[in-house]
Design a protein around this ligand. Structure first.
Ligand code: CUA
Length: 251
């Protein structure tokens, strides 16, 4: 065998051994796991956090236009998280800052990664796959704090508080500001009772019936100057009432 050929063969063998060693080192010592596409988990439609005990959590994250469900996950420092990600509508991305979690959220499939949060703080969750007009607003977060330091927000049951929660959870706030600032959709500040101009030039007063209708069938009566990009969010009648109750408080 030619000398140069031998050098090439030996050095490629050494290189492969170094790569394999690096993989084993990363997996066992640095606890870095390669993202996996899980085939034995049925794609889910709702996000949830499951406490498995011993600071081990399973997080089911659903990406949708243009929010993550759950929008905020609160865990104690040292939490070991098995993260499962799916999507409702189109393909989204999921990157958690300051971690090596970088997954695709694909409708009809589940991707998974394992991550450990040792340091307290806020970790933004960012959609890194262009998913439509509200893509750049699509964010969530992990809040890592000991339970004593930050009590979890109480779950709202009814009325205005529930409406506000739904408004944030479903990503309405990505496109509709509540302070009058311009956004992708019309601002919700003072929306109740406002006279709105529709795309065809007709005007209408935004009463309860109009607001409910606009939430249920978003693009049926477009406002002048806006695009038909609002996704239809599956909500129960009670949830729509709560949202409208909340909108009425935005004076
Ligand atoms: Cu979701 Cu970009």
């Amino acid at each position: 065998m030619d000398r140069v050929e031998r050098i090439a063969l030996v050095s490629s063998a050494v290189l492969m051994a170094v790569f394999l060693g690096a993989l084993v080192y990363a997996a066992t010592q640095l606890r870095i796991s390669v993202p996996t596409c899980v085939t034995d988990v049925t794609p889910f439609k709702h996000g949830q956090v499951i406490d498995k005990g011993n600071r081990h959590y399973e997080v089911h994250m659903v990406a949708k236009m243009w929010a993550f469900d759950p929008p905020e996950v609160r865990l104690p420092p040292g939490a070991d998280v098995d993260l499962f990600v799916s999507a409702l509508d189109v393909t989204h991305g999921l990157y958690i800052e300051h971690t090596n979690v970088n997954l695709m959220a694909v409708p009809g499939s589940v991707n998974s990664a394992r991550v450990r949060f040792d340091t307290e703080g806020e970790y933004s969750v960012i959609c890194h796959e262009y998913c439509g007009a509200g893509h750049h607003f699509m964010m969530g977060k992990f809040v890592i704090a000991s339970a004593a330091a930050v009590p979890p927000p109480a779950a709202a049951e009814t009325g205005v508080a529930l409406g506000q929660q739904l408004f944030e959870q479903n990503g309405c706030n990505a496109c509709h500001t509540i302070d009058g600032a311009p956004g992708l959709g019309p601002t919700m500040k003072g929306v109740f009772g406002r006279t709105v101009e529709l795309a065809d030039g007709a005007t209408k007063v935004a009463d309860e019936a109009y607001l409910e209708e606009s939430i249920r069938t978003p693009n049926a009566e477009l406002l002048k100057g806006f695009q038909p990009v609002m996704p239809e969010v599956p909500l129960t009648a009670d949830q729509v009432h709560a949202l409208v109750a909340y909108l009425k408080t935005l004076k």
